[in-house]
Design a protein around this ligand. Structure first.
Ligand code: GTP
Ligand code: MG
Length: 247
């Protein structure tokens, strides 16, 4: 299927994550230079074209200027709706999109305690889809690496967890999800032998391991980084640099 947008040849970075994380707020900040006064629940994906200076460590504010030094590169930033019933947009763009250079999974670090299960469930779906994309390649040539940035937003709020805690909480929860899914499979009549033979393709990360860690995704050529920030305070340069380095 070919898309008839004029953008299909540009490299792209996709923003995914639960509702209210701040995805559209980030898109607006990068597009206009200031955070949106208000956003509303996204119902369709939207894309904007952005420019980075690849060989310079410029802030996003400097990089958008026409006379910014260094080599420029254009890319598409794609915002997707976080609502559970609209996630097909995000999941489709992860699997089908050509020129996909990176995935930013944004979450609200200030409410992660309350939303841990829902957030981790979505992240599990995203990582599993990417894992399958890599493991389903039948040729001997290694598929190109896929990079995932977990952007722990809203660090301006005092309840926000630091990136290290976001990481350990997510790893623990993803491990719980993995375990309960494999039990579900056993209960549904799939034999233990099938599971032991690695035919449980709902298993995320290193097969049979007790604890889940993001490092296990390297086996599937997936790099996962976790970095905090705040759209409201304009503290997004670490995310911006992460994106620049992937283009
Ligand atoms: P969906 O479209 O439903 O998937 O949500 P979204 O991820 O696009 O969230 P959105 O950008 O609409 O932001 C949700 C709310 O969080 C808005 O009221 C934003 O103003 C607010 N918000 C975004 N970033 C920050 C931040 O860094 N700090 C604080 N305190 N609030 C933020
Ligand atoms: Mg939105």
């Amino acid at each position: 299927v070919t898309q008839s947008t004029p953008y299909t040849s540009l490299p792209s970075v996709v923003l995914v994550g639960p509702p209210g994380a701040g995805k559209t707020a980030l898109l607006t900040l990068l597009e206009r230079g200031d955070a949106a006064i208000s956003t509303h629940t996204s119902q369709v994906p939207q894309s904007i074209e952005l420019t980075v200076s690849v060989d310079q460590h410029l802030s996003f504010r400097e990089a958008v200027k026409d006379d910014a030094p260094g080599e420029h590169k254009k890319f598409l930033l794609v915002d997707t709706p976080g609502h559970g019933k609209l996630r097909n947009f995000a999941m489709d763009s992860l699997v089908a999109r050509e020129g996909l250079k990176g995935i930013v999974f944004m979450l609200d670090a200030a409410t992660l305690d309350e939303n841990l299960a829902a957030t981790a469930n979505y992240l599990y779906e995203v990582l599993l889809a990417l894992q399958k994309r890599v493991s389903s390649v039948k040729t001997s040539k290694t598929p190109s690496a896929i990079n995932v940035l977990i952007a722990a937003n809203k660090s301006d709020l005092f309840t926000a967890l630091p990136a290290t805690l976001v990481k350990s909480n997510l790893e623990a929860e993803l491990g719980r999800i993995r375990k309960s899914r494999s039990k579900g499979l056993l209960a549904s009549g799939v034999g233990i032998d099938d599971v032991d033979n690695g035919e449980n393709d709902d298993w995320l990360g290193e097969y049979g391991s007790e604890k889940f860690t993001f490092g296990q995704m390297q086996e599937f050529n997936l790099e996962v980084d976790i970095v905090g920030g705040s759209v409201t305070e304009g503290k997004v340069d670490k995310w911006w640099h992460w994106v620049s380095e992937r283009l």
